[in-house]
Ligand binder design. Structure first.
Ligand SMILES: Cc1cc2nc3c(=O)[nH]c(=O)nc-3n(C[C@H](O)[C@H](O)[C@H](O)COP(=O)(O)OP(=O)(O)OC[C@H]3O[C@@H](n4cnc5c(N)ncnc54)[C@H](O)[C@@H]3O)c2cc1C
Length: 472
């Protein structure tokens, strides 16, 4: 975003909807504040989630923790809220921003790797791709997800399911320190020794419920390669493949983390030839074991005769692109839920609503992330979220453009509703792209503690999170 533009011509700019005086925000963040009517405003409010039409009272692009503090103080003085955002991958559930400053952290993207300590410190706007590459240069791996351009902070503080997750747990449990600007504009560093209660809450409670995170530190792991890849079948094979995978995934050792998907690729030139215009089943993932053990573990899936099999030993950094997630802003959206089990009746039902005869319009008709292993075990002291209360993460998604949006939502809801008998309504909030009751993301005793800490840290409710913990 171009900086240094001083919009001094309108001295007493007022919010069009709330009537609040916004002139005190002018000139902050080195001129990187954009108000409705400004030339840059529309570009400033556009995020990765192109389908989400955010209309904040102002957009600020701070370049330092000091600039974050100044914007937080000015916003509070003007009676505005502050909604911090990284990439925008989970901007969908953010509520009305008419009285909020959208705080975009993309200008703060510094990365430091301490190879000896196996630790990274990254600023709030860092995306995964450069972090993974910087760590790999030292033979180290981070617990990144399937998308190279999700923000490290939002992903990590909301949980973080990586391709190493069933061995090494959620990314949030590897966070060792968080730097944030609190509601009074003060910078604060929290870790196991300093403000341990807030450090506990922010790890899983999400950054924006407690402040604007300016940097985080986390552990890196000595992983240089993994046995990883994908297996591909036509979608007509879904029932036979899902029946096997559902049993296999439940019994697999922690070394294995995979995903199972029903995909419908459009017949457009941007899609590479083997996938273009096809409806497919794809299982992808990683095994942290030697080749012989990995091949033994994958044998039951390979027995099903995939038409493509790319599994083999690969550099760990390549896992970032294994899932082929979009790397540019996308007008998509979806629905998700945590499932407890996938008995044969659930397999039948999922194939019925997302298989080849389902009539689903969705690109991602259904995805199941394999949970369990380390993701199913509590880790006392490692933060507010240390386990996911389900065996499978169900995700569906498609394009949210124009008329198509209604069909996408209907098709997504059909899949989630069909699987409701296998869910207790628990959520992994990072994958939840609609506003839901956020308490469904936590065990009840943890939720009570988060309510209390949110109220103590941000009594006036200055900060606006995508999945907001109420303050009263
Ligand atoms: C294509 C795609 C692939 C994905 N793959 C995975 C995956 O493999 N594993 C997984 O676990 N999840 C995955 N996700 C979900 C992902 O974890 C969430 O979308 C996450 O919120 C992304 O973080 P972000 O910072 O980019 O998001 P943003 O939308 O920028 O932020 C989401 C929320 O995080 C908080 N936040 C962000 N930055 C700050 C900050 N500096 N200070 C305070 N609060 C902040 C705010 O509450 C904000 O509303 C995926 C999502 C998509 C769309």
């Amino acid at each position: 975003m171009p900086r240094g533009e001083q919009h001094v011509t309108i001295e007493n700019k007022r919010s069009e909807r709330s009537g609040r005086d916004l002139s005190s925000l002018r000139g902050l963040a080195g001129g990187g504040v954009h108000l409705p009517g400004d030339e840059e405003y529309d570009r400033a409010r556009t995020t990765w989630a192109l389908a989400v039409d955010l209309r904040p009272a102002a957009v600020a692009f701070p370049d330092s923790a000091e600039e974050v503090s100044a914007v937080v103080r000015a916003a509070a003085a003007a009676g505005l809220r502050v909604a911090p955002l990284g990439s925008g991958h989970n901007a969908h559930p953010l509520g009305d921003l008419a009285d909020s400053v959208l705080m975009r952290l993309s200008g703060m993207a510094g990365i430091k790797i301490d190879a000896e300590a196996r630790r990274a410190r990254v600023e709030a706007g860092a995306l995964w791709s450069p972090v993974v590459e910087a760590a790999a240069a030292h033979g180290l791996a981070a617990l990144h997800g399937s998308s190279p351009d999700t923000g490290v902070v939002g992903y990590s503080l909301g949980g973080g399911i990586s391709w190493y997750a069933r061995s090494l747990g959620l990314a949030v449990n590897s966070v060792t320190a968080v730097e944030l600007v609190t509601a009074d504009g003060s910078p604060l560093r929290v870790d196991a020794e300093h403000e341990p209660e807030l450090f506990w809450a922010v790890r899983g409670g999400g950054g924006a419920n407690f402040g604007v995170v300016t940097a985080i530190e986390f552990t890196l792991y000595p992983i240089e390669t993994a046995y990883a890849g994908m297996l591909v079948w036509d979608l007509r094979d879904a029932h036979r493949v899902l029946s096997r995978w559902a049993r296999w995934a439940t019994d697999a050792p922690d070394a294995v983390t995979t995903s199972y998907r029903h995909l419908g690729y459009p017949p457009i030139p941007e899609i590479p030839e083997p996938f273009r215009g096809r409806q497919l089943v794809i299982i992808d993932g990683a095994v942290l074991a030697d080749d012989a053990e990995a091949e033994r573990l994958l044998a039951p899936l390979r027995e099903l005769g995939p038409e493509m099999d790319t599994f083999g030993r690969v550099p760990a950094a390549s896992l970032m692109r294994l899932h082929m997630d979009p790397e540019q802003p996308t007008p998509g959206g979806g629905r998700s839920s945590l499932l407890d089990e996938l008995p044969p009746a659930a397999v039948d039902r999922l194939v019925e609503v997302s298989g080849v005869d389902s009539g689903s319009s969705l690109f991602m008709k259904a995805e199941l992330r394999q949970l369990g292993g380390a993701l199913g075990r509590s880790r006392p002291g490692a933060g507010a979220v240390t386990r996911l209360d389900g065996r499978f993460q169900l995700i569906t998604g498609g394009m949210m453009v124009g008329e198509l949006a209604r069909q996408t939502v209907a098709d997504c809801e059909r899949v989630v509703d069909a699987m409701a008998p296998y869910s207790r309504g628990r959520q992994y909030l990072n994958f939840q792209e609609e506003a839901v009751d956020p308490s469904t993301g936590y065990d009840p005793s943890i939720w009570e503690a988060l309510l209390r800490i949110r109220k103590a840290v941000d009594p006036a409710g200055l900060f606006q999170a995508n999945h907001e913990i109420p303050r009263g």
